[in-house]
Design a protein around this ligand. Structure first.
Ligand SMILES: Cc1cc2nc3c(=O)[nH]c(=O)nc-3n(C[C@H](O)[C@H](O)[C@H](O)COP(=O)(O)OP(=O)(O)OC[C@H]3O[C@@H](n4cnc5c(N)ncnc54)[C@H](O)[C@@H]3O)c2cc1C
Length: 446
């Protein structure tokens, strides 16, 4: 019997330390730089001067870049422990950067760790893992996002260089990125699943044009790194900038996005819990019509519903994290790399659940604060906007539901008969024949 919901005391100590550290040292950064500085802006000396000593403390506590294996400077704790950490870090926008596990850099680091050559690791991964640079992942195009079959941005080999032409869309943090990992078509004669590749492109390469930065919601603030609309005009990069094998772009994307989707889920558990915490504090602090808001039955049901939803979601995230750990361990025993695609039904489940939990729980918290909840005096409306974003970033909900349904249906076979296998008259007749045979053979011979 191997199911154990306990946390090792040594790791619980670390979680307790993280909780306190985030509250006392990192949340002040969230508030101080709220509208002025992005955590991805490594060129901001004031902010980075404040962040570096905190990162050092994280490293001393062996909690730096926990999504990466120890051979590359991370701890290699695995996804279950990362899930517990990320639940705490998800409460703050600066915390992931202070712990070296911020998206999209974490996914890009995973790609480089899995598929990079020694030279690529030295040049691109090492500074990323030292927290010195920000990076961009660029796959989506203006005419195509959820279906890569419509991608057209292409790279053509010319001597010892790749020449890239096309457009990319919503390339997050490009403004602060040192390099991009770009998905390009390298063989247009086969399907995108065999004909795409990943290429490293230094930001600001000749011919790489920033058409404009796009922002979420109503506009930008100084703290918003934005999402770039990019055009590649004959951008040339050395042949050795190819990541992994030519034609393996889609496989690499799955590695990256699989982890990223679960990490968003982990952080969203923390965000939902924070919303519920705010709601509970408020409703036991304010009265209307002669009683506390928290004594009204409608609000009590909302609290119960939210608690249940968060509990279910947390367990779903942890179970998926555990499955990924199992897959990685089995692959490592055979000298290989874990394949996220084997767990993709569960990852898709987390991806679909994430916006739903946030929409429900954050909305209840926001609503129970009344006018204050929808105002800029509280973080709730900002948290609520995260919900629809989570339903689109890394692929829309519908696509992930398709994945789940297809995988679930693979476990079933069509039934040959005119009526389904649960058809009661047919089953009653089968049962009658079975029982009568037993009566004849067993009871009659007593
Ligand atoms: C905050 C944020 C950050 C992002 N960062 C990056 C990044 O750094 N790099 C990057 O490359 N991309 C990034 N993206 C882009 C993201 O990956 C795409 O938005 C996503 O894949 C969806 O593509 P799309 O926007 O083109 O929507 P579309 O593909 O046009 O889909 C639009 C809608 O159509 C419906 N739909 C689509 N497919 C189906 C289907 N099979 N069945 C039923 N309905 C369907 C859904 O309702 C969907 O929401 C980011 C997006 C967001 C919101």
């Amino acid at each position: 019997m191997a199911i154990d919901f306990g946390v090792e005391p040594e790791f619980q100590e670390k979680l307790d330390w993280i909780e306190e550290f985030v509250k006392t040292e990192i949340e002040p950064l969230d508030l101080y730089f709220r509208t002025t500085v992005s955590p991805f802006d490594k060129g901001n000396e004031l902010a980075q001067g404040l962040v570096r000593p905190l990162q050092k403390k994280v490293q001393e506590n062996e909690l730096w870049a926990c999504h990466i294996g120890p051979e590359l400077g991370g701890r290699g704790y695995g996804q279950v422990k990362l899930a517990m950490m990320n639940e705490i870090l998800g409460r703050s926008s600066w915390a992931p950067s202070v712990f070296g596990c911020q998206a999209p850099d974490s996914g890009n680091a995973e790609i480089l760790a899995h598929y990079g050559t020694d030279e690529q690791k030295e040049r691109y991964l090492a500074p990323l893992l030292r927290g010195e640079i920000s990076t961009t992942y660029s796959m989506t195009e203006p005419q195509a996002g959820s279906d890569p079959a419509y991608f057209t941005c292409a790279a053509v080999r010319d001597g010892d260089e790749w020449v890239i032409n096309g457009e990319k869309w919503f390339a997050s943090n490009y403004r602060y990125a040192e390099f991009l990992i770009v998905m390009v078509i390298t063989n247009p004669d086969v399907s995108v699943y065999q004909g795409s590749s990943m290429i490293l492109v230094p930001a600001g390469a000749d011919g790489l044009e920033l058409i404009r930065d796009v922002h979420l919601g109503g506009g930008s603030s100084g703290a918003d790194a934005g999402h770039a609309y990019l055009r590649f005009n004959d951008v040339r990069v050395p042949a050795e900038n190819l990541l992994g094998d030519e034609g393996s772009g889609f496989k690499i994307a799955q590695t990256r996005l699989g982890g990223g989707r679960v990490h968003h889920g982990m952080r969203s558990v923390g965000m939902a819990q924070r919303a519920l915490d705010m709601m509970c504090e408020r409703v036991i602090s304010r009265e209307t019509k002669g009683s506390l808001i928290g004594e009204k039955q409608a609000i009590q049901h909302w609290i119960a519903d939210s608690w249940i939803q968060i509990q279910q979601f947390r367990l779903q995230v942890l179970y998926t994290a555990w499955l990924i750990d199992q897959e990685n361990e089995t692959a490592a025993e055979h000298g290989g790399v874990g394949d996220y695609r084997k767990v993709r039904q569960h990852i898709a489940g987390v991806k679909v659940a994430t916006p739903k939990v946030l929409i429900d729980v954050v909305y209840r918290a926001l609503h129970s604060h009344g006018s204050l909840g929808v105002s800029s005096d509280m973080p709730l409306i900002g948290m609520w906007m995260t919900a629809p974003v989570m339903g689109i970033a890394d692929g829309p909900t519908e696509v992930h539901k398709d994945t789940i349904a297809k995988t679930v249906l693979k476990g079933y076979t069509p039934y040959e008969g005119l009526f389904p296998s649960a058809h009661i008259p047919t089953r009653v007749e089968e049962a009658r024949l079975h029982i009568e045979a037993r009566i004849e053979n067993e009871v009659a011979n007593l």
